[in-house]
Design a protein around this ligand. Structure first.
Ligand code: ADP
Ligand code: MG
Length: 226
């Protein structure tokens, strides 16, 4: 059963004149266990698409269901709860909080309703171990390398056991070796947790590691030619 189904999704940004049409009709289906790379040049709408897929931004039109729910029909609080339970995010700029430890950063998404439960702490510790940072759990982001910080972001994206993980240029700031390792780590965890994974990237190397490759061009998705 497909858990993400997108039909004719469009996104415009208002301007003083004609609206700027960035997504011109996106169709996509993804099941748990699928992984997909979306490539495209800078400015082609990759982040716009990921923000809509992540329900951080509303589409202008089109239909979207994730796990049989249309999140855009929910009110703001319900949408936030839905997003937290179903979608994990990994950003290039990782958005770690500098004053918190690795463990606390990974636990942030569990703290929407107050203190994390013991089970959340146990899962956070397990994820931190899985991304290879067990001995860095109490360090702050400033004490880590770029690759290590990205690993923390990977662990944090998984803490609520999402069914869909979205990564926006997750290796954009990393050298080749670290980029390769993050790619492998993402795929290993995606497979173990049988979630759906979408990675937006302009790195061909990273895209080549994923099961399916689509290209965004002039607001539409097509099979990547290279
Ligand atoms: P990419 O991630 O592929 O580099 P983006 O999705 O960030 O591309 O941007 C696609 C286009 O949409 C760009 O031309 C950008 O300037 C424009 N854009 C992005 N966000 C906004 C916004 N909030 N308002 C107006 N235009 C935007
Ligand atoms: Mg972008």
């Amino acid at each position: 059963m497909a858990n993400l189904v997108i039909k004719d999704l469009k996104k415009e940004y208002p301007t003083r004149g004609e609206p700027l049409e960035i997504l011109k009709g996106i169709d996509l289906e993804l099941s748990s266990g699928d992984n997909l790379a979306i490539i495209g040049p800078s400015g082609s709408g990759k982040s716009t698409l990921l923000n809509v897929l992540g329900t951080l931004d509303h589409p202008t039109s089109g239909s979207y269901t994730l796990n049989d729910t249309d999140p855009f029909s929910l009110d703001e609080d319900e949408l936030a709860a839905f997003r937290n339970a179903n979608i994990g995010f990994i950003f290039q700029e990782h958005h770690l909080l500098p004053q918190l430890s690795v463990l606390e950063n990974v636990l942030i998404p569990t703290m929407a309703n107050g203190k994390p439960a013991a089970a959340d702490v146990a899962r956070a510790e397990e994820l931190i171990q899985r991304v290879g940072l067990a001995d860095r759990s109490h360090h702050r982001p400033a004490e880590l390398s770029g690759g290590e910080r990205e690993r923390v972001a990977v662990a944090r994206s998984l803490i609520c056991s999402p069914s869909l993980v979205l990564a926006d240029e997750p290796t954009g700031n990393l050298d080749h070796r670290n980029a390769q390792q993050i790619g492998e780590l993402l795929l290993e965890i995606q497979d173990a947790e049988s979630m759906a994974l979408i990675v937006v990237t302009h790195s061909r190397d990273l895209a080549d590691m994923l099961g399916r490759k689509l290209e965004i061009n002039d607001g539409r998705l097509s099979s990547a030619t290279v």
